[in-house]
Design a protein around this ligand. Structure first.
Ligand SMILES: [Zn+2]
Length: 746
């Protein structure tokens, strides 16, 4: 029998009552609760003056922390308002009616409920009817005041307020699909809250007391208090800063590329399997999990019938709660070429210098496959073939491997089973079984199509290919703490098996670095050696079902440092509706942005080439309060230009502010008189080269900061942080995003 924290009031004659109280002292708490719930109705039907009052004291749910003990979920005080209708029934009918009306009026107004609903509660045959759960302190105080204001009706006999707890997520939507959320009784409904519900749930305490119907203690007053125990707290592998960074750039890319079916980004330690960030957008605020985004709510509102509205609302709620990285599968496309190459290398069927020829088209068992490069890549070695993301070359490699070996490694890389990550709702892959696999299925599988895996399965396989060959156990909970904060359990790094040798893994690392530097250039990060592979897959089954053929998933995986990777970043964008859809064009810049911010934070020191140094942003010095002469020196020694406004002797304020990053050649405006800021209009800085953006921005009196690896030639700007046409202060810094547009990756 399921026992939920709550309250029960049971009536009984004094004789039975006394017997029961005697019994209470010898039976355990759990069976007491059972007896009272099972027998409750029976006792209630025996209407008498007395009642046994058993209150479960809610035990606080355990907290959830990130890896640096920053709070991600906690429980704060909240209040439940209840009434005792059976108490009202004992009044004269006229007085009872007045009490009911007063309660219905007062509580409906304070608690934002229907008058009719609350009035209905007052008519129930019960001693305990909840009017509203989990209200804030201010509302609870209003209810208390309302009771005082109606002293003559003795409302304190009929209205009660219990202190309980309410789950609270201090960072709003941060990591929401990982954390999940709780239901009205604090039970975990999704994410970690659900997977670890048993650990997080405390053991409820109890107060058992005998009271008469008016709520005052009975003459032979009996009371027993058992303190509750707080649930275990969890320390996650997630790092709030890395999580925030991944979410920020993922969200920007979703908007920029008009992504229709959400996106996911995962940051994992490839050696331990620790998930450092797992971002899914659009997600939700776990404080208000049943609230849809404005966009989704508008869709619901636009539905014609109530039935349609409710169906759509359900669909959209479930969608926003889904952890795309764990619960959804997709065709990985060319990112999977990492696995195909690793298999063939491990089996000594190919080496770095093997030669592959691409004429632009190849035929296997009567089926024709085209390369994304019309006219073909010609003759290529392995490094070039994977960097070119050439499908004909990988079909050749797949045929060399053969069905049996391919299937054996597909399984060994963990792609036929769930990863076992400690999150609920993990999906499993769908793939060609060995016995159903012919040369055609083998061909498409070798370049990552016609089978489905979860992002989590793919990242784990990629990790194994670069970490020395070990398939590690991905996990999000690092430690469990007891109610005193003492560690009671720690996750240990577990390897499921070694899939490929260290030698093969070393070759894979070399291949991926070559790909980043020659193919997936948008994934590069100035100052760091990165390995990368991008992919673009068509959503074939949806295309067949809908007839819409512009349905793609663009994705990219990067690892760093390239020669001894510890960090992997995976980004996938589902159904770009903008004019770009290649993973190398839309996803790789996100990998780069995330790596650029998190690598220094995680302690990896950058090492810049001279060219990169020149392209580095400069930091604006603090000149406020300095003499004009000193200020000029400070600015020029920071390799920036200055412009003085006014004829005062000291700098009163400056733009941009001290500490701001701007690109070399930027201008700091020094105000020496109390005059208004100069205003300028933001020009259109899109589809321009690095040099042209610089020229246009400085002509407009603005500073710029670049995102993207601007030491590479041939980049074009694709986004700017402030829209063209807006009026801003002169000297304002605009971030301009650059990428290589032609990053085709099949
Ligand atoms: Zn090719």
């Amino acid at each position: 029998m399921l026992v939920k924290p709550g309250k029960m009031m049971v009536t009984r004659s004094i004789v039975v009552m006394t017997a029961l109280i005697l019994a209470l002292s010898i039976i355990s708490g759990a069976s007491l609760v059972n007896i009272m719930i099972i027998k409750g109705e029976e006792y209630q039907s025996d209407a008498s003056e007395q009642q046994l009052y058993d209150s479960l004291i809610t035990a606080p749910r355990g907290d959830i922390y990130d890896c640096n003990m920053q709070l991600l979920a906690t429980s704060s005080a909240a209040w439940t308002v209840y009434i005792t209708p059976n108490g009202i029934k004992k009044l004269e009918s006229e007085e009872a009616e007045e009490v009911k009306k007063t309660i219905a009026e007062g509580l409906s107004e304070i608690l934002d409920l229907d008058y009719e609903t609350v009035y209905g509660y007052t008519e129930k045959n019960s001693y305990y009817v909840i009017v509203k759960k989990k209200i804030e302190k201010s509302a609870a105080d209003e209810v208390r005041q309302f009771i005082l204001d109606n002293e003559e009706l003795e409302l304190t006999k009929y209205i009660g307020i219990d202190e309980t707890t309410k789950r609270y997520y201090p960072n709003d939507s941060l990591a929401s699909v990982v954390l999940g959320f709780v239901g009205s009784d604090d039970q975990g409904l999704s994410g970690i809250e659900s997977y670890y519900d048993n650990d997080l749930t405390g053991i409820a305490g109890r107060v058992v007391a005998a009271k008469n119907a008016a709520g005052t203690n009975m003459p032979f007053s009996y009371e027993k208090v058992e303190e509750g125990t707080k649930g275990k707290s969890l320390v996650l592998t997630l790092d709030s800063y890395v999580q925030y960074t991944a979410e920020k750039y993922l969200e920007a890319a979703i908007e920029e590329n008009q992504i229709a079916e959400r996106g996911a980004a995962v940051v994992m330690n490839v050696n331990t399997g620790a998930i450092i960030a797992m971002a899914v957008k659009g997600d939700f605020d776990p404080n208000e999990p049943f609230e849809l985004s404005a966009e989704d709510q508008a869709k619901v509102d636009a539905a014609e019938t109530e039935e349609e509205k409710s169906k759509l609302e359900n669909e959209l709620l479930n969608r926003q709660w889904r952890n795309k990285a764990v619960s959804d599968t997709y065709e990985p496309g060319s990112v999977f070429k990492i696995v195909t190459a690793a298999i063939a290398l491990e089996e000594n069927l190919i080496n770095k210098n093997s030669s592959f020829y691409c004429s632009g088209v190849t035929t296997v068992a009567g089926r024709t496959y085209h390369c994304h490069k019309a006219g073909g890549h010609g003759s290529q070695n392995l490094l070039q073939a994977i960097s070119n993301s050439c499908n004909p070359a990988f079909i050749t490699i797949g045929q060399l491997v053969g069905v049996s070996t391919f299937s054996k490694y597909f399984k060994a890389f963990g792609l036929t089973e769930k990863t076992g990550i400690d999150l609920p709702g993990e999906a499993n892959s769908t793939y060609h079984k060995e016995e159903d696999m012919g040369p055609v299925e083998l061909s498409s599988s070798s370049f990552g199509q016609t089978f489905n895996v979860t992002p989590m399965q793919l990242i784990s396989a990629v990790a194994a290919s670069v970490n020395g060959g070990y398939l590690v156990q991905p996990h999000v909970v690092e430690k469990k703490l007891d109610e005193n904060g003492k560690v009671v359990e720690t996750a240990s790094t577990s390897y499921k098996r070694q899939v490929i040798s260290e030698t093969t893994s070393a070759t894979m690392r070399e291949l991926l670095q070559f790909v980043a530097e020659n193919g997936a250039k948008n994934a590069l990060v100035p100052g760091y050696d990165i390995g990368a592979k991008t992919g673009t897959s068509q959503k074939v089954s949806k295309i067949l079902a809908t007839g819409d053929d512009y349905l793609y998933i663009g994705s990219c995986v990067t690892v760093a440092p390239a020669d001894n990777p510890e960090i992997a970043v995976f980004v996938m964008l589902d159904e770009p509706k903008g004019d770009k859809y290649y993973g190398g064009t839309i996803a790789a810049p996100v990998n780069s942005q995330i790596m650029k911010d998190i690598l220094p934070y995680l302690g990896y020191e950058p090492s810049y080439t001279e060219e990169e140094l020149k392209a580095l942003s400069l930091t604006v010095p603090d000149t406020v309060g300095s003499s004009v002469e000193d200020a000029k020196n400070k600015v020029t020694s920071s390799k920036l230009e200055y412009k003085i406004v006014g004829s005062g002797e000291k700098v009163l304020r400056q733009l941009p502010e001290a500490g701001t990053k701007v690109i070399s050649g930027g201008t700091v405006i020094l105000y020496t008189e109390d005059v208004g800021n100069e205003k300028v209009t933001v020009p259109n800085l899109l589809n321009l080269s690095v040099t042209d953006v610089n020229t246009a921005a400085s002509a407009a009196g603005l500073n710029v900061e670049f995102s993207g690896n601007t030491t590479m030639g041939g980049l074009k700007s694709y986004s700017q942080s402030i829209d063209p046409g807006e009026t801003v202060d002169a000297g304002t810094v605009i971030t301009v995003y650059f990428r290589e547009d032609s990053a085709a990756d099949g």
